[in-house]
Each structure stands twice: as structure tokens, then as C-alpha cells.
Design a binder for this molecule. Sequence first.
Ligand SMILES: *Cc1c(COP(=O)(O)O)cnc(C)c1O
Length: 360
Amino acid sequence: MARVYNFSAGPSMLPEEVLKKAAAEMLDYQGSGQSVMEMSHRSKVFDEIIKGAEALLRELMNIPDNYKVLFLQGGASTQFAAIPLNFMNGSGKADYVITGQWAKKAFAEAQRYGEVKAVASSADKTFSYIPKLDKSEFTPDADYFYICMNNTIYGTVYHELPDTGDVPLIADISSCFLSEPIDVTKFGMLYGGAQKNVAPAGLTICIIREDLLGKARDITPTMLNYQTHADNNSLYNTPPCYTIYICKLVLEWLKENGGLEAMREKNVKKAKLLYDFLDNSKMFRGTVVPEDRSLMNVPFVTDSDELNAKFVAEAAKAGLVNLKGHRTVGGMRASIYNAMPYEGVEALVKFMADFEKANS
Ligand SMILES: *Cc1c(COP(=O)(O)O)cnc(C)c1O
């Protein structure tokens, strides 16, 4: 069996150990005589899975007791509306930083519900940096302050969080979830689609400070009201059971491999290998300013569209797949999430070096 190195931005690679375990348990989950795909979400067996997943997530991320963990559906994109509906309930104002497509979409959705301000943007340079924030631009009575922590398409990340004082900070962490330790107490809410770094598609995880709950607007659909899911331990309706099960296996894998500190070390090492190559190459270059580079998504280009296309095609033939960049950036992008082994990045860098030699 030849498995490829999959550099897709999402859905993306899962740890091989997790896939093997899931395969072994596919027909008969721990003596239940059923696949997790088949069992009732109200069963005792599944209850242990969802509670186990939550407990592991709390342990790995060091989530304080005054935060709720919700396992939802609808993707990160559904939260773009749920966030204003649930939290834009005091002054009716919110601040957003525009660092890419996902922040832009969240901003546009929030505009439908209140007075929303873009306090900074890096659109002027194709989102290749995180804009410097001027606190005097912040809305003092905003109901929340919104950022997209890791910008999947453009490959930037916040290395420093905005100081929003008493205004709750909300962050989309879809593409950096569990990639390194994060101080949950700095946030009112953290959330993300699981399909980048945590599980297959179908699961959205929301971590919400309890005091922010219970204030949703009256018009909020029941299913978009976080209180609904908090009150029912994410079992108000049928949750994405199988995805939650794989999520639990991934969390077990993370714990067995040293948790988030160890993951950060591994991710830094992988990213450094690739960035160092890019910084020394005469053909390839990274598109992001060095100080804002993401550990997870690494966009890069050559000076020729033709060469970019040739690279992507030849890399795929060599088992390095999904390296085409997002259509708004062009070129290439290597997403090197937790499950991408160091050997995968090594193989990519070696392929790039060979390609450079052969084509210059
Ligand atoms: C992928 C992604 C999204 C969209 O996620 P869906 O689950 O497909 O809605 C939103 N934000 C970020 C940062 C992403 O990487």
C-alpha cells in the first residue's frame, strides 16, 4: 500500500495510527458488536466516547472549568452567523481584523446583525502579513473582538494576541487547533472546523466562556443558540458521532505523543525545514513576511505560473499531493498539520531541491 504525503489545507492527513485503530474497530467497537457509525448517540457506549473526547480536549488544551466545550456541526462557516447572533447583544457592536478570506466572510456575515467595524486589514498586500493594531481604533463598548488566528489560505498567524481589555476576544482557530499550546483564558471563545487538524470533516468544536452564554438574540435559531447545546452536552440532536469518535482517537494520539508542547516542537522543526529551504532557494520563495509565518500553512511561489503548474503536477506524480495554492494567491501551498510526519516535509524539500536543479 502506497500512502501519499497529503499537503491539503483540509480535509487533511490523519495520523496513520488513528486510521489503523479505526479500521480495527470498524465492525465491532470494543465488544459492542457494532460500528460507532451504527450506534445510537444516546447509548452508554457513545456517551463514553463523547465524554472521553471532551475530557481529553480539556486536559490537552488546559481548558478551565468555566468554559463549555461544544461538539457541533455546520463547519466554521456556520459560526460566522452564530457568533453575532449569540454575542452581539449588548451595544450591538463588534470589531473584526481582516486578515484573509475567512475573516472577511465572518465580517460580512456579522454586518447583517449589527454595527461591525474592521479595525485593521492586510488586504493591501494580499494578506501576506498580520496588520499592526492601533488600540485607539478599537470600539470600547464592543460586544466582542474577532480574529482569525491562523490564516489557512495566506499562511499567516498571530504570534501576539490583541489586547482587548474587557472586550471578549473570539478566535477562529480552525487551522491551528491543537498545533501548539494556547492560553484559553485569553479568549471569550475559540472555535474551529475539525477537518484541518483534529478529525475528518463534519465536526466543529466551540470552546466558550460560560458567562457569555444565555444572551442570544430572540431571533436566534434554536440550533444556532450555543445555550441549546451547552444545556444538552452537545446531544440536543444527533451529533456527528463517527467524527467525534475519530476526534477522540486523535486526542489520544496527541496525548500519547507528549501533548501540545511536544506537538509544537515537532511542528516548529517541520516548518523550519521548509522555510529555511525557501529562504535559501533561488527559484522558490515564501509569500509571507517572516515575522508572521504560520507553522501550519506555507504558501510559496516561483516567478513563473508555468513552472508552478509543472511543479504541482510533477510533485503529485512523486506522491506529494495537493500542493496547489489557493486560487487567490496562486503558486503552491504546503499544509503541514500535526499528522504530517517530518519525513513528509523532508521528502517535499528534497523534491523542491531536485526540481530547482533540473529546471534552472
Ligand atoms: C477551513 C476554514 C474555515 C471554513 O471551515 P468550514 O468548516 O469549511 O466552514 C474557516 N476558517 C478557517 C481559518 C479555515 O481554515
